[in-house]
Design a protein around this ligand. Structure first.
Ligand code: 13P
Length: 341
C-alpha cells in the first residue's frame, strides 16, 4: 500500500473549487432516466451521452474526478481514445463504481445491504490496470418509523469498511458513501439522527479495519427534511445541521467530503453546498460535491438523445459544473443562475 499516492489522489479529488462527477449509473438506473425522455437504452446512446458530458467546454476547471461504470471504463470516446485516457488528458482522475448494488437485507423488510465483496480484490487489480485511481461503494439507509435498524447500520458499515480496506491495499482511494435516503415525510431532526448514527458506525468500522483516513473521501447525504415533509427546513438550517453532524463524526484527517445530490433540485444542491462553505467555520476537510443527477439531469434533458442537441447540452453540463465549483467555494448565488438563463 502506497500511502503517499493514496493521500495525493484523495486530495486531488477534492481540490479547492472542484468536485466529482458521478456518471456511474448502472444499466437499470441509466435505462430509467433514458426511458423517461424516450431515449433508446442502447450501448451506443450511453456512449454518445457520456461522450457529450466529457466534452463540455471547460469542465476540467470544476471537475477533479469522474466516477465511471464498468461499461464506460472499458469503452472508447467517439474520438477513439478510451474514456479513462480522455479523463487523464483533461487532468480529471478516473474512478469506478465497484459495489454490486443494494440488496434486500434478510429479516429486515424495507432495508438493504450493499453487496459486492466477493472477488473484489481481483476486480480492483484489473480496474487499476484500466486506469482507475479511486472507487465508489454506496450503502443505502431508509428512514421510516422503525428504520434504519441497528442490523442495517452494522451490516452496511462493515461492508463499507471491508471494501475501503481492499481498495487501499490496491492503491485505490475508496469513496465511502453512506446515503440516507431523502424519501419520506420525516423531519430534519430525524434525518440528523439517522445520518449521525450511520456515519458513526461507518467510522468505527473503518478504524476497526485499519483504513487510513487520509486516503479516503466521504460521500454523504446532506441532513435535510424528507421530500414529503410538511414543514421543510430552509437552506441555512440544512447547511448548519449537516456540518454539525459531520463535525461530530468525521475525523479531521479525512481530506474531503463530497456530497451526493440524492434527489435535490439542481438549485437546492448548489445552494446547500454553497451555504455550508459560507458558514464561516474553519472546517478540517474540503467540502464539495459528487453529484450525479444535480450535475447531469438538465444536460440529459437538453440532449434528449439527438446529435443536434449536443452543443446545447454541453453548455448546460458546463454551467452546472461551474455553479457547483463556485458552491464549493461558497460563491454560488441565484443571480448567477439567472445570468446564465
Ligand atoms: P446523485 O447525486 O444523483 O444522488 O448520485 C450520486 C451518486 O453517485 C449516487 O451513488
Amino acid at each position: 500500500m502506497d500511502i503517499e499516492a493514496l493521500k495525493q489522489t484523495a486530495q486531488a479529488m477534492v481540490a479547492p473549487g472542484k468536485g466529482i462527477l458521478a456518471m456511474d449509473e448502472s444499466h437499470p438506473t441509466c435505462a430509467k432516466r433514458f426511458e423517461k425522455l424516450g431515449i433508446p437504452t442502447t450501448e451506443e446512446k450511453r456512449r454518445e451521452y457520456r461522450n457529450m458530458l466529457l466534452t463540455a467546454e471547460g469542465i476540467e476547471n470544476y471537475i477533479a474526478a469522474a466516477i465511471l461504470f464498468d461499461e464506460t471504463i472499458r469503452d472508447n470516446m467517439l474520438s477513439g481514445v478510451s474514456f479513462p485516457e480522455h479523463l487523464k488528458n483533461l487532468g480529471i482522475v478516473p474512478g469506478i463504481k465497484v459495489d454490486a448494488g443494494a440488496k434486500p437485507l434478510a429479516g429486515h423488510a424495507g432495508e438493504t445491504v450493499t453487496e459486492g465483496l466477493d472477488g473484489l480484490r481481483d476486480r480492483l487489480a484489473e480496474y487499476y490496470e484500466l486506469g482507475a485511481r479511486f472507487a465508489k461503494w454506496r450503502a443505502v439507509y431508509n428512514i421510516s418509523d422503525s428504520t434504519p435498524s441497528q442490523a442495517a447500520n452494522m451490516a452496511n458499515a462493515h461492508g463499507l469498511a471491508r471494501y475501503a480496506a481492499l481498495c487501499q491495499e490496491a492503491n485505490i482511494v475508496p469513496i465511502v458513501e453512506p446515503e440516507v435516503l431523502i424519501n419520506g415525510d420525516h423531519s430534519i431532526q430525524r434525518s440528523f439522527e439517522a445520518t449521525q448514527s450511520a456515519q458513526q458506525l461507518v467510522f468505527d468500522q473503518l478504524r476497526e479495519q485499519d483504513v487510513v483516513m487520509e486516503g479516503i473521501v466521504l460521500k454523504p447525504s446532506m441532513v435535510t427534511s424528507g421530500l414529503d415533509a410538511a414543514d421543510k427546513a430552509g437552506v441555512q438550517e440544512v447547511a448548519e445541521r449537516t456540518i454539525e453532524c459531520l463535525l461530530s463524526t468525521v475525523p479531521a484527517e479525512v481530506p474531503g467530503i463530497a456530497f451526493l445530490s440524492g434527489g435535490q433540485t439542481d438549485e437546492e444542491a448548489s445552494a446547500h453546498l454553497s451555504a455550508m462553505n459560507s458558514l464561516g467555520k474553519d472546517l478540517p476537510w474540503n467540502v464539495t460535491f459528487s453529484y450525479g443527477r444535480a450535475l447531469q439531469q438538465a444536460a440529459m434533458t437538453t440532449w434528449n438523445g439527438s446529435p443536434d442537441n449536443v452543443d446545447a447540452a454541453r453548455k448546460v453540463a458546463a454551467h452546472r459544473a461551474r455553479m457547483n465549483g463556485l458552491a464549493s467555494l461558497g460563491q454560488y448565488s441565484e443571480e448567477l443562475e439567472k445570468e446564465a438563463a
